[in-house]
Design a protein around this ligand. Sequence first.
Ligand code: SF4
Length: 262
Amino acid sequence: MTESIFDPGVLPLQKAVIYGPVLSRRLGYSLGINILSPHIKICSFDCVYCQYGKTELKTQNPDPASLYSVNEIIKEVEKGLMTARKLDFITFSGNGEPTLHPQIAEIVTRVKKLRDQLRPDVKLAMFSNVSELQREDVRHAIGMIDQPILKLDGGDEETIQRINRPVEGINLTDIVSGIRKFDGITLQTLFLGGKLSNSDEETVEKWIILIQEIHPKHVQIYSTDRAVAEEGVEIVPPYRLKEIAEKTTARTGVTVTAYWPK
Ligand code: SF4
């Protein structure tokens, strides 16, 4: 049984480079970094569950002039690191897909250097939808991140197209070949119920088969815990997430952790 979402709505966009620290289920105290734009959500996907609502600019090539500059980002991150009290992670996330920034490698290099100088105990994380892993600079950037968390919301093409609605031309084969370029990776999967479900037995089975093939170090599964703009999206309850996690671990030997709001 799934729980309905009664109050559709979305989070406002992050209005600055730095946000938080927020207390996150998976990362503890996390200082968010939005390296794209404060005005518009820019992403190569348009996920039906996105907390920021519909992707306003769906592209793999945003105009660099519309994005924060490297210097603006570094200045704000430095301030954030000097003022945040309790911090476990600095997390690249924000108003879209961070790896769409054409200077992502330079940004990560400089943020890492700042982290080493100012908060060496804090780790770097990045949430990525893996659409850009064909770019060498993106692979280099992700290679510098302590905990990259890569998205895989289904084990078959139809589910990826239905849930993630990527830019034309991006397909599951590309996504999987990108993920496979990394060893010991953490994957994340968001399960949904309702009309757009990817949590039914048949769809989960295809996903488990792919998890077995990729054999990541860790898989984090969860459901949306806030209202989303899209109709037909329902929350998957904790017992079903737990069931999927246990079944996947038993079948694949991969550690799968289910998260839900406390
Ligand atoms: S990849 Fe992330 S930012 Fe982009 S639409 Fe999906 S959830 Fe939103």
